[in-house]
Design a protein. Structure first.
Length: 276
């Protein structure tokens, strides 16, 4: 009740001062933070991480990736078997996010983890020249201490949070009879859950240095909830405009907002209980 009254007062004040004013922007930012804290505390009620240890689970990973990277984005050619995989998957760990009630998989991410001298990270093979922070060049570290987060993919079914019952099913709008409003509010945070799942994998395996190629706008979005990736080179053209980023356990835990720190701990507990 108190929260509802507080929100109502904020809404009224935001209307009075205008959303584009400094106070309006502060109110808008506060609303987003309140929403983020709510979602992070409820995430595990509807969604759970699943480490892909079996061939069947890995095929679910590769099928989601084919849908997103081959069929939608055209980054890779269409495969006859509708499974997208590459040379790095043989030394990677894969994680899925599963929706409790429907058992559908809401997304996937992989952690490329080289252990042999001849095994490279994707960023080393394709974008090494983009790294200008030579002190964080992955070649400076032992293979067992580095990883790369990549191939994050979320199916259409879980990418829209539209609740309009009149919208057509053909445009992949969430069906309100399949997913509750509370569940749908969690869906925009699936990508966050996937990054935190990758972080949990790295923590479980005691990996010290993590790399990722991502769009700067995604890095800014992650910064809002406290995942502060460190940019270690300029933007380059690699499947769109992307830049190399770095993060480690200390950087993650230093800035992660309390609600999402709880979310990470829940994911760590869940992943830690799985054998992989």
């Amino acid at each position: 009740m108190v929260t509802n009254k507080k929100q109502t007062l904020l809404d009224k004040l935001g209307t009075i001062v205008g959303e584009k004013s400094k106070i309006g922007k502060l109110i808008s930012g506060y609303r987003k933070l309140e929403e983020a804290n709510y979602i992070s505390s409820h995430f595990s009620a509807y969604l759970t991480p699943v480490v892909a240890t079996s061939e069947a689970l890995k095929n679910n990973v590769f099928a989601i990736r084919h849908e997103v990277y081959c069929e939608e984005l055209g980054f890779e050619p269409i495969k006859e078997n509708r499974l997208e995989f590459d040379e790095f998957d043989s030394f990677s760990l894969h994680c899925l996010i599963q929706h409790h009630k429907s058992k559908h998989f809401a997304g996937t991410v992989r952690m490329v983890r080289p252990t042999e001298a001849n095994e490279q990270l994707p960023i080393e093979k394709y974008c090494l020249k983009s790294i200008t922070r030579k002190d964080l060049d992955p070649r400076r570290f032992e293979r067992k201490d580095i990883c790369e987060i990549s191939r994050l993919a979320v199916p259409k079914e879980f990418r829209r949070r539209v609740m309009d019952k009149f919208a057509g099913a053909g445009v992949a709008v969430i069906n309100e009879h399949t997913y509750s409003e509370k569940e749908v509010r969690c869906f925009p945070f699936i990508a966050v859950g996937l990054y935190l799942a990758a972080a949990a994998l790295a923590i479980e395996k005691d990996i010290k240095h993590a790399y990722v190629m991502m769009e700067p706008r995604l890095a800014r979005s992650m910064k809002f909830i406290g995942i502060k990736f460190e940019q270690i080179g300029p933007v380059v053209d690699y499947h769109g405009k992307r830049a190399p980023y770095y993060i480690n356990k200390a950087l993650l835990q230093k800035s992660l907002r309390p609600g999402f720190a709880k979310m990470l701990n829940d994911i760590l507990d869940s992943i830690g209980a799985q054998r992989f």
